[in-house]
Each structure stands twice: as structure tokens, then as C-alpha cells.
Design a binder for this molecule. Structure first.
Ligand SMILES: Cc1cc2nc3c(=O)[nH]c(=O)nc-3n(C[C@H](O)[C@H](O)[C@H](O)COP(=O)(O)OP(=O)(O)OC[C@H]3O[C@@H](n4cnc5c(N)ncnc54)[C@H](O)[C@@H]3O)c2cc1C
Length: 306
């Protein structure tokens, strides 16, 4: 299967751009804030919350990072004026992390302050392991400065995550817990499917026990039911946690969560760099190319993904 996924990922650049656009339109809201807002509105009408992500090219200048800061400002204005139920997700590399820690931190502070002006919230996505320590340090520094409308992501495949949870616990952090999407070496990451699942459950239990608000971000049916079991075991009301899914992925499973009385937030990426973003992500993790190919074939044959 891994071989087939890698073959699909390698063939991608040869796929005509309009076809890639058609396939990715299921997972990416479009190029403009207006398109992202239209998608969020539809999700809100289905009882789903959203988190909007501005897709960035690999940032190579401070000006490009500032452009992303500006795009988030427009997003906050649109969320407010259209009364949408959405927060935002940011990637620190998009805000210039590779150009310098301090530059990136200033940009993040600006985005978080813009969010605070309209009572909104910023989630810092977690990128590959070269960014983990800087991301958690920056999160901690913002919280120490009194910026509380910010949360971060932890990845269950990383061996360090359970330690990170314990170290962050005094801040009662707002955490999105996901499996992790990048390919990491076995020295620092669990690679076995079941080991990642088991660590996800361990981390989730620890976060809930220590009073964190958790966004349980997964489409894995087994983990979703473990998540449901754990929030019930901890006696949480529906406002004290949420499930999260990616736009276009297993929407029927999301509908079921809503029907069962849980809250669900959908990750809505948009931006003019959708093509290079899609290519990069698909080639970074060929498993995703495999998922999408499988899903596309299912659709062609009329089978509906749950
Ligand atoms: C809201 C949200 C935010 C995320 N943020 C981050 C982040 O900041 N950092 C990070 O490293 N990772 C992030 N991820 C990705 C995450 O780490 C996983 O790689 C991804 O969710 C797949 O894992 P899974 O738990 O859904 O289980 P899997 O077992 O991988 O997937 C379960 C099923 O879901 C479907 N599926 C899953 N992903 C896709 C996809 N992309 N396209 C099509 N079908 C798919 C497949 O049918 C698959 O069988 C995020 C995920 C979500 C839902």
C-alpha cells in the first residue's frame, strides 16, 4: 500500500492542474476570503464550527510573511461582519519562523491581538519536528504575556508529547490533539498505527485529567469512539471539548457526531497558493495521496465515504 501511495504521489506533478483543482476543491475552500466564508457559512448552517487557515507559499521574505498577517486581518473582519462561527489556524512557517524566531513572534503577536479585538481565537498548527520546540516556546511566551486567546497543536505520534502535556499543564492549555501528518524518524516518533492510536488515547486522557480544553482532531472511527467514551468518563459538558475534522474528509462521520450532540469544528484552508500547497503536502506524506485517490475512486463508483 505504501508503495502504491508513493507511486501516486510521484505521479501527481504530471496530473493536469485543472484536474488537481477539481479534486482538491473538496479539501480547499478556494482562493479568496469570500470563498472561505461561503464554505464556513454552509458548515455553520449544518451546525458545524470552523477554523480558517490561510495557505502560505514557503515564505522566503519578511514581506511575504506580513502578507499572511494581513490576510488573517481580512479573515477576522469577514468573520465578524458575516457573523460566522469560526476561529483561525496559523502555521508559524507562514509567519516567518524560518526567517527568524523574533520576526515570527512579532507576526504571531499581531495576529493574536487582531483576533482579540473581535473576541476571536488563534490555533497554532504544529508542523514537522524541526519546529516543535520553537512552536511550544512561542506559545508559552505569548501566554506568559497574557495573550490567552491562543491554543496550540500536539501530535500523538511524537514520543515527547506526553512530556510536553505535563510541562504545559500549569497553563491549562487549549490543545488540538491529532495523530501528526509529517514523516518523522522512529527515534522521535511512533510509526506503528496501533502505537499512535494508543498514545493518542493516553495523551487525551492526560489532557482531560489536567483540565485542558481539547479539540479531538481525527477521522479514525476507533479514536472518535474512544474520544466520546473519555469525554463522558470525565463528565464534560458539550462546551468543554470539541471534535475536529478536515474539510471534505469523512463528512458523514462529522454529521453523526453532531447528531449525537457533540460539537464539531471543520478545518477550512483557502488561499491563492492552493496548488503548491497541495503538491507539497501530498508529496510530504504519500499516505494522504492514497486516501484521496481511494476517496476519488469511491466517488466515481458512487460509494459515499463516512
Ligand atoms: C482539524 C485537523 C487539524 C489538523 N492539524 C494538524 C496539525 O496542526 N499538524 C499535523 O501534523 N497534523 C494535523 N492534522 C492531521 C492529522 O495529524 C492526521 O494526519 C490526519 O487527521 C489523519 O489522521 P486520522 O486521525 O484522521 O487517522 P487516519 O487513520 O490517518 O485516517 C482515518 C481515515 O480518515 C480519512 N482521511 C484522513 N486524512 C485524510 C485526508 N487528508 N484526505 C482524505 N482522507 C483522509 C481516510 O479515509 C482514513 O482512512 C490535523 C487534522 C485535523 C482533522
Amino acid at each position: 500500500m505504501a508503495l502504491l501511495d508513493r507511486a501516486i504521489a510521484r505521479l501527481l506533478p504530471a496530473v493536469p492542474r485543472p484536474l488537481v483543482q477539481r479534486i482538491s476543491s473538496r479539501y480547499i475552500a478556494g482562493e479568496t476570503v469570500a470563498k472561505a466564508c461561503r464554505t464556513v457559512k454552509q458548515l455553520n448552517e449544518q451546525g458545524k464550527m470552523a477554523t480558517i487557515d490561510v495557505l502560505g507559499e514557503e515564505i522566503s521574505t519578511p514581506e511575504a510573511a506580513l502578507e499572511i498577517v494581513g490576510a488573517y486581518h481580512d479573515v477576522f473582519e469577514a468573520i465578524q461582519s458575516e457573523h460566522l462561527d469560526s476561529n483561525v489556524s496559523v502555521k508559524l512557517t507562514g509567519l516567518g519562523l524560518e526567517l527568524g524566531y523574533d520576526l515570527c513572534k512579532r507576526n504571531l503577536q499581531t495576529v493574536v491581538r487582531h483576533a482579540a479585538e473581535s473576541g476571536n481565537f488563534v490555533r497554532i498548527d504544529m508542523e514537522d519536528s524541526s519546529c516543535t520546540s520553537d512552536t511550544l516556546r512561542m506559545y508559552r511566551e505569548l501566554r506568559d504575556e497574557g495573550l490567552d486567546n491562543v491554543g496550540v497543536v500536539l501530535q500523538a505520534y511524537l514520543r515527547r508529547t506526553i512530556r510536553d502535556i505535563r510541562e504545559l499543564a500549569p497553563l491549562r492549555p487549549n490543545i488540538r490533539l491529532c495523530k501528526g501528518i509529517y514523516i518523522e524518524p522512529p527515534l522521535i516518533a511512533y510509526r506503528d498505527f496501533d502505537a499512535v492510536r494508543q498514545n493518542f488515547v493516553l495523551c487525551l486522557r492526560e489532557l482531560l485529567r489536567r483540565g485542558s480544553y481539547v479539540g479531538i482532531a481525527t477521522h479514525d472511527k476507533w479514536l472518535i469512539s474512544e474520544g466520546q467514551r473519555l469525554v463522558e468518563e470525565h463528565g464534560l459538558s458539550r462546551a468543554e471539548y470539541e471534535f475536529q475534522m478536515l474539510l471534505g474528509v469523512t463528512p458523514a462521520a462529522g454529521d453523526r457526531l453532531i447528531r449525537d450532540g457533540h460539537r464539531l469544528r471543520v478545518y477550512v484552508p483557502f488561499g491563492k497558493h492552493w496548488y503548491s500547497y497541495s503538491m507539497r503536502r501530498l508529496q510530504e506524506n504519500p499516505k494522504i495521496a492514497g486516501y484521496i485517490a481511494g476517496d476519488t475512486v469511491d466517488r466515481l463508483f458512487g460509494r459515499n465515504g463516512a
